[in-house]
Design a protein. Sequence first.
Length: 166
Amino acid sequence: MMSETYVECLVKKKSNPLTRFLRILTIMLAVGFIILGGAGSLLALLIGLGMAAVAYFVYLNADLEYEYLYLDKELTVDKVMAKSRRKRMAQYDLNRMEIFAPMNSYHLDSFKNRTAKTIDYSSSEEKQPEARYVMYYDSGERIVLEPNQEMIRAIKNIAPRKVFTD
C-alpha cells in the first residue's frame, strides 16, 4: 500500500498599483463612453462596450491567487483569477527537483551564476522572516513559491537531501 500525502496552499498575489490604476481608469472610460453612446453616438457606445470588456479582463488579472497542490511527489500550481476562474500554470515532478530552499539561503549560492528562467508563483512581497522559497528544476527553471510549513514538511519527506529550511 502506497501512502499518499495531500497538501494544499493558497497564496494571494500582492496587487500592483499600476493594475489598480488601470482598473479604475478602464471602468471610468467605459462608463463615460456608454453615457455618451446613450446620448446618440453609436461610435461612443461601441468604444464604451470595448472598454467594458477591457475592464473585465483587467479586473480578472488584478485579483490573483496561486494555489499549490502537493500530491504524491507532484506539485501543481494553479492561478485563480478573481476567485472565479482557474487556470493550470504548471505541474512539477519533484523527483526532477534539484534544490528547494528559502530565497536568501546560503544553500542557493552555488546556483546564483546559473542562467535559469525565473517563474514567480509567490505573493511578490518581501516579508520578515522571508517566506518565499526557490526551487531549481532540472529543465532550467528557477521557481519562486511561498509554501506553508505543512507543504515544506511534505516535500522534505520525499527529498530530504534537496530541501533546506535554514
